[in-house]
Design a protein around this ligand. Structure first.
Ligand code: ADP
Ligand code: MG
Length: 757
């Protein structure tokens, strides 16, 4: 089994008559049944899909630790034997805990799995293997929560594991063989209950790689040589079957460059294509809508708003589509900037759409746009809402206004992407809070215009240039750094319940004080109902989160918090409501409207209010179980207060222990209001989890190894190389492998998009 690579590449795959390439269907290599298992588990269809399922990490026998001296809090790898297995129901909620005691003779460690009772089929007493993970000390015992492991084959040959068939596919099949593999890194794959890591390794090693390649390399040889890269086929061997760490490192560097190169080539080609189709220039009109709007503005634009506005004015007047990202802190006044752009387009008879990520935000934007325009302009421009929740007759009316061109400004959600929605003359697409919309979705909108519309993306999450380049293709970036004058300061505090459980009461007295002063309060919870909380616990939680669960610390829910604040004597008489995603759009809208109008004092909400909600009189943001939220989410939430003439107060309530990673995130947000600094802190804090091949948030991405936030240099390099290649060969006629790789990317992207739609 432990064949050297030279033999492997000569061997022939059992079922593969001809050599496989990246497009070969898995069925023809693995057979229908096994291919179906991979398809169900990971959506793999082709050999290329499976080979892009890279190991998440590599375990080493060489780095084994004795249990006797395991350092708590660190990642370790141990060889041990299962001693004892116990499965029990959790006490106060649905679900089970499987506890597996293992020992190496020097000490004992307990493995803990939540809702993965099936593992007892392979982790039974006497079973030996390699276990890797982070050690925690919990109630005087050492624990691994959801560790990675590779089991040795039973010497006796009895009791093959649930996932296994005869002969374990682990590189380590017996202990004696284990010794032979001493120095060889053991690939550990992202796995599921039906497909264990060792099984994936076995299939790749024995059934896929032997019949695979050589394949054409999308990166031309001179470029590869210049950067010291391996040929693609070799890199794919080495990432799955490294003989030493240098192998997989080189392979990973190669594959990472490949991703960057193909992506940049695709983006650059797309940019050229867009430039070839002229946009409609929308010139500024002296006494037009935009000018009237500016004259009536109740405040002075900040210098940054003016400068960015000037750039946009210039861009819109070109016959090349504008493609601009405006980034600026929450409350920096991006919406006004976007509105002025829409008016310039309207001055030329063009329509604009404003895409918002949620229904609540879409209707809020519509209201604030209508208010900002004032009655006269609003009557002429007819800002119109299109969301999925309109009644049939409202919808008909809205669609008519859009297609007739009567509505010069259309605000909406994804519903705007529907094929029934069409426009008379779509000139500008504004996307609010980019991260909720994919490139493909914007392409759908673009398709609704006769010529490519101009495009403006607004975001409060600072984006490094390389990210902007990668995620958006070729965006120009403008920044609004200064906040409008008179913006109130926001004070942030961490309320550490771990150290001071009593402070919980103080939170509600503080809320009552704000209300007594005539202000309003947001309370945000991570979950809506207790049931949802259990679902959230089912899988994929961090060690800390699981630990918290184990300690049976309840997570704040909207339902329970609502009940608690309604009962709280300090808040008696306060007008309180809930706001969350399970409510109908009308209900949500009614609550937001009432809150904005000052008819409610306090809302208990989920993150539906995360982006863009604008209630100037809201002074306090109380985030419960703040450690459940990400850094940028917390920052966004905080941005909901301090927007009017009222200073903001933000309380991040957490029971996370001081010094834990979860707590550090919360502390970091409380420590600064600077979104740029926070974005950096976030990267720092995430570095630990940012391991090889871990999935990008936001679903399946064709970027497996490339991290846009980290790999700026690789991206810049790849972009330069791709640009010079395209300059000589714009249609890639001389580079069919690259053209094919780009085509594959697009297929993947549209497949993902369709899966989500
Ligand atoms: P963003 O979308 O960047 O979070 P908004 O455009 O929603 O910010 O602006 C937040 C609030 O500040 C709005 O009520 C808006 O009317 C107001 N505003 C915008 N620009 C200015 C300015 N230059 N001076 C005073 N208030 C402003
Ligand atoms: Mg906004």
């Amino acid at each position: 089994m432990a064949q050297p690579r030279s033999e492997l590449s000569n061997a022939t795959g059992a079922r593969a008559a001809t050599r496989a390439d990246l497009h070969t269907p898995l069925t023809s290599v693995l057979g229908d049944r096994q291919a179906a298992v991979f398809h169900r588990a990971f959506g793999h269809r082709t050999v290329g899909d499976l080979l892009a399922h890279y190991p998440r990490r590599y375990a080493h026998r060489g780095e084994l630790t004795n249990m006797a001296d395991l350092p708590p809090g660190e990642e370790v790898t141990i060889v041990a034997e299962v001693r004892h297995v116990e499965s029990r129901a959790m006490r106060q909620r649905r679900g089970s805990i499987l506890e597996v005691t293992i020992s190496d003779g020097t000490g004992v460690v307990t493995l803990t799995f939540f809702n993965q009772a099936w593992r007892k089929n392979e982790l039974y007493p006497g079973r030996r293997g390699i276990f890797a993970g982070k050690v925690n000390r919990y109630k005087n015992t050492l624990q691994f929560t959801h560790p990675d492991y590779e089991l040795f084959d039973d010497d006796s040959g009895i009791g093959a594991s649930s996932a296994g068939t005869s002969g374990s596919g682990s590189p380590v099949t017996t202990e004696s063989e284990a010794a032979a593999w001493q120095s060889r890194p053991i690939p550990i794959y992202p796995a599921t209950s039906t497909l264990a890591s060792w099984k994936i390794a076995k299939v790749i090693r024995e059934e896929v790689l032997p019949g695979f390649g050589p394949i054409d390399d999308p990166v031309p040889r001179p470029v590869a040589v210049e950067h010291g890269l391996e040929p693609l086929s070799v890199a794919l061997y080495d990432i799955h079957l490294p003989e030493d760490d240098a192998d997989w490192r080189r392979a990973r560097d190669t594959l990472r460059f490949h991703e960057a190169f193909v992506l940049q080539a695709a983006l650059l080609q797309e940019r050229e294509r867009l430039r070839e189709t002229a946009a409609t220039a929308r010139m500024p009109v002296p006494d037009g809508y935009a000018a009237r709007f500016d004259t009536a503005l109740p405040f002075e634009l900040t210098d940054d708003q003016q400068a960015v506005g000037e750039q946009i004015r210039h861009d819109l007047a070109q016959a090349v589509p504008m493609n601009r990202l405006v980034q600026g802190e929450v409350g920096s006044g991006k919406t006004v900037v976007a509105l002025r752009a829409m008016l310039q387009v309207a001055d030329n008879g063009g329509q604009s759409v404003f895409l918002a990520p949620t229904e609540v935000l879409a209707s809020q934007h519509l209201r604030s746009i209508a208010a900002a325009l004032g009655p006269d302009l609003a009557a002429e421009l007819m800002p119109t809402l299109i969301t999925g929740r309109l009644t049939a007759s409202e919808r008909k009316k809205a669609l008519l206004r859009a297609v007739s061109g009567q509505a010069q400004i259309v605000v909406g959600t994804h519903a705007l992407l529907n094929d029934k929605v069409s426009f008379y003359d779509l000139g500008l697409v504004v996307v609010d809070e980019q991260h909720r919309f994919g490139v493909e979705q914007r392409d759908v909108l673009r398709g609704k215009a006769a010529s490519p519309p101009h495009q403006l993306v607004l975001t409060a999450t600072p984006i490094p240039r390389t990210v902007a380049m990668t995620v958006f293709g070729d965006l120009d970036v403008s920044t609004i750094a200064e906040l409008p004058a008179g913006r109130q300061k926001i004070e942030s505090f961490v309320v550490p319940l771990a150290e001071h459980p009593r402070w919980e009461d103080r939170i509600w007295t503080r809320a009552a004080e704000e209300i007594a002063a005539g202000h309003q309060v947001f309370v945000v919870c991570p979950a809506i109902t207790p049931k949802e909380r259990e679902d959230a616990a089912a899988d994929g939680l961090s060690a800390e989160e699981l630990e918290a669960l184990e300690a049976e610390r309840p997570i704040a829910t909207v339902e329970q918090t609502l009940a608690a604040v309604q009962r709280n004597p300090a808040l008696s008489g306060a007008r309180i409501a809930a706001l969350h995603g399970r409510m109908s759009a009308d209900e949500k809208d009614a609550v937001m409207r009432a809150f904005a109008a000052g008819a409610l004092d306090l809302v208990v909400a989920t993150t539906v209010i995360e982006v863009g909600v604008d209630v100037p009189n809201a002074s306090a943001m109380i985030v419960l179980d703040a450690d459940r939220f990400g850094v940028s989410q917390l920052h966004q939430l905080r941005g909901r207060v301090g927007r009017g003439g009222v200073p903001g107060l933000c309380l991040f309530v957490t029971a996370a222990e001081a010094g834990s990673l979860a707590r550090e995130r919360v502390d970091a947000v409380a420590a600064t209001l600077d979104g740029f600094a926070l974005a950096e802190a976030d990267l720092e804090l995430r570095r630990e989890g940012d391991v090889l091949g871990s999935d990008q948030s936001g679903g399946r991405s064709s970027l497996r190894l490339l991290r846009v936030a980290r790999d700026g240099e690789v991206i810049e390099q790849a972009r330069a190389d791709a640009a010079s290649l395209l300059a000589d060969d714009p249609r890639l006629t001389e580079h069919p492998a690259l053209a094919a790789a780009i085509a594959d990317r697009l297929t993947d992207a549209s497949r993902d998009f369709l899966a989500r739609a």
